[in-house]
Design a protein around this ligand. Structure first.
Ligand SMILES: [Zn+2]
Length: 96
């Protein structure tokens, strides 16, 4: 197992968990991941295929760039935009 620097992925997984997005085996896999231990092969499969892939918001709908981990959860709530575009749209929507 190679050590991966935390780039916001664990925060995103934590938000999915706390936000009620995960169910069944996804919850166990997410908790095992957040606990920092090695995941069993079945847990790793569930984590990769469901926790991450099923809930992946995809590329930003405006600029088509990938969305960074720290912005993924937010993008699930703002219509699928990266932080930059969400900010631009928010500003454009304001009346003043
Ligand atoms: Zn964008």
């Amino acid at each position: 197992m190679s050590f991966e620097e935390d780039d916001g992925q664990s925060g995103y997984v934590s938000e999915l968990l706390e936000g009620g997005y995960l169910e069944g085996a996804e919850i166990g896999a997410a908790k095992a991941f957040l606990a920092g231990g090695d995941l069993s092969p079945p847990q790793q499969y569930v984590f990769d295929s469901f926790v991450l892939r099923k809930h992946e918001p995809g590329a930003c709908k405006r600029c088509r760039n990938g969305i960074d981990w720290p912005e993924k959860y937010e993008s699930k709530h703002n219509g699928g935009f990266c932080g930059y575009c969400a900010n631009v749209i928010h500003k454009a929507d304001r009346d003043d």
